[in-house]
Design a protein around this ligand. Structure first.
Ligand code: ADE
Length: 233
């Protein structure tokens, strides 16, 4: 799989791939990364990429020309799924991460300033995502968040395939709490059932704890889980 980041600040993204799981996955050839800087495509004398908004309003907007040229070139190289990141996109969820992990080439277009000229989005977007109801200073973090969530669904990236199946959102329930060794730390013990080694009892307890966690933190998610379990089977 290949990711292309269309960004004015590739240094904000690059560091994330220099360590840990993603670094290993890249070294194994499971995915690769490239960058396109819209500034390199600007035809203006000073390589300008932003301007004031038509019709007025606060702040600068990323102008169409550099992005049109960069994205036309990207599309001319072959099939690519182009994603724009903006707080007014649809919410990015785990199912999107799984679905996008099956694509061969995904590009993320990161906005800066007050955003990207809407004509660019209308012309090139295959999908437009938000990573949450808050406004960030640019699309680089959202692009990385989505890439990370996508990459860990590629076969061979995580050491243990089980870790994907029991995860939060795979079943609509949040994952049960985990406890590392030692079993007692600072006078606080892991649940005794976890220590006794009866796997069906541990599984039952984990399920109950999952339900409790989901009810507390994400009640709407628990309702959805129950609806699916009781009415759709
Ligand atoms: N750009 C700025 N804020 C964002 C958000 N919450 N999600 C996606 N892209 C963004």
């Amino acid at each position: 799989m290949k990711f292309t980041y269309v960004t004015l600040f590739h240094g904000l993204i690059d560091g994330y791939f220099q360590d840990s799981i993603l670094k290993r996955a890249m070294a194994k050839g499971l995915f690769s990364v490239e960058y396109l800087n819209p500034r390199d495509y600007s035809t203006s004398k000073h390589k300008k990429v932003d301007d004031t908004a038509v019709g007025g309003g606060a702040g600068m907007v990323m102008t169409p020309q550099p992005l049109f040229d960069a994205l036309n070139e990207l599309r001319s190289r072959g099939d690519v799924h182009i994603i724009f990141t903006t707080p007014v996109g649809k919410p990015f969820v785990q199912n999107d991460a799984k679905r996008l992990a099956t694509k061969a080439h995904v590009a993320f277009v990161s906005g800066r300033y007050e955003g990207i000229d809407e004509r660019v989005i209308e012309t090139f977007a295959d999908e437009v995502f938000s990573i949450g109801d808050y406004v960030l200073t640019g699309g680089e973090l959202p692009s990385l968040v989505m890439s990370d969530a996508i990459v860990r669904n590629i076969e061979g990236v995580l050491g243990n395939a089980d870790s994907l199946e029991t995860e939060s959102f795979e079943t609509q329930l949040l994952e049960a709490p985990s406890f590392g060794k030692p079993p007692v730390y600072d006078g606080k013990a892991a649940p005794s059932e976890y220590l006794k080694g009866n796997h069906s009892k541990i599984a039952a307890l984990k399920f109950a704890l999952s339900e409790c966690k989901t009810k507390f933190f994400r009640p709407e998610q628990l309702l959805q889980h129950r609806k699916r379990t009781f009415y759709e089977k």
